[in-house]
Design a protein around this ligand. Sequence first.
Ligand code: GLU
Length: 478
Amino acid sequence: MNKEVRVRFAPSPTGYLHLGSFRTALFNYLFARHHGGKFILRIEDTDQSRKVEGAVENLINILNEMGLNYDEGPNVGGDFGSYFQSQRLDIYKKYCDELLTGGHAYYAFESAEELEEMRRVQQMQGKQTMYDRRARNLSETEVKEKLASGIPYVIRLKVPIDSEIRFTDLIRGNVKIDTNLVDDQVLLKSDGFPTYHLANVIDDHLMNISHIIRGEEWLTSVPKHIILYNAFGWEIPQMAHVPLILNPDKTKLSKRQGDVATEDYLKKGYLKEALLNFMALLGWNPGDGEEKEIFSKDELIELFSIERVNSAGAVFNTDKLNWMNGEYIKNYDAEKLTEIMIPFLNAGGIDTSDLAKTKRVVFAIRNYINRLDEAPEHAKVFYSSVSLGDEHKEIVNRETSNQVFTALISKIETLLEITTDNFKPVLSEVQKETGVKGKNLFMPVRIALTGEEHGPELGLIAYVLGKEEVLKRLKEIE
Ligand code: GLU
């Protein structure tokens, strides 16, 4: 790539980071890092009616938390600021004036009621609803008069008639659109704020953006943008429109169907590395025949290419995410995993003040959970005292069970401590000595130690409880 790669993530802050936006940010980030380029954060906050308190801070926090550090943008600065569109209104005004002067845009004075009536008539006639371009016919004098009398106005794009827009999208290939189907888009609203289209094009140009990577929902805006680039005489950045993220029923992933806020996934106990890995594979794959699915961020940077982004929608498969998260939990650094798991254990009412014990618990349960919020359920056997129901009482009071307990207690007493792997051999010795084996051997021990019939491996349970507690539980059982 000869031009410096400069890509941007340009969210309109809504108060949370939608998974789809997160994936867009991630693809931009991976692309920039892969090419040694720049990743820019631009806040598209010109829609005053959609302002949400704290939304920008929240967005920046979650990007940082997920490790998508940007090179230019709010808090970081850069040579192309301001990175808040609401602070660039003069720029948009200036360029809009240029469009007016060049005959690429025009004033329109219709009221909301008039526009509504226009739509109604078009609908009745079965026509596509769009601005009927009537203000294009106003004479210069008429425009001047209306402006002088203070009638509110907007500025619209003068879309070329009977023409065709062609462009090549890096993901979707060649696209061609008849300009007669393109609306004379409002560029500057009556409140003086630009619309998304105007501000977006101006900023992408002024910020030297080389590639626009964004969601497929913006594909229909491209013709308007190309008309604007041409009107200004500017070079058009390369474009890549990434496919939608879909629910398993192939509908668009939306808030109504469940959680779509990236931050909620962290709260639910997904590790950020797992979520990032999973999201990178939503619509992208590293190459034919590549079976591997677990990739670190560095590996993703190394492998990422826009050409391998699929044009079909990508289904969000929660089972796969759970599996992947489980893999990460199994292989995570033990110290860090303990640190991350503690709040989840505490939320489940587990006292983690004995850090050494907590570490053993984490070690014991990490292979059994897919999400950190499942941790308390698995950990609780190590904390609660054992109380048995009638069925379990019957099992631990069998003759064979008592033989097992007696032999086991005397063997454990000779151990210095229970380690992660010395309990199993002890059980084998007990089996040899007592002749009790299989379920008759394991079940009473499991019940005595945990009060449950299922759970982590016995060796792990004994290790977590420690020698004293294991002896206590074996001796007290009745
Ligand atoms: N502000 C738009 C959004 O909210 C940006 C779209 C684009 O990347 O051009 O997603």
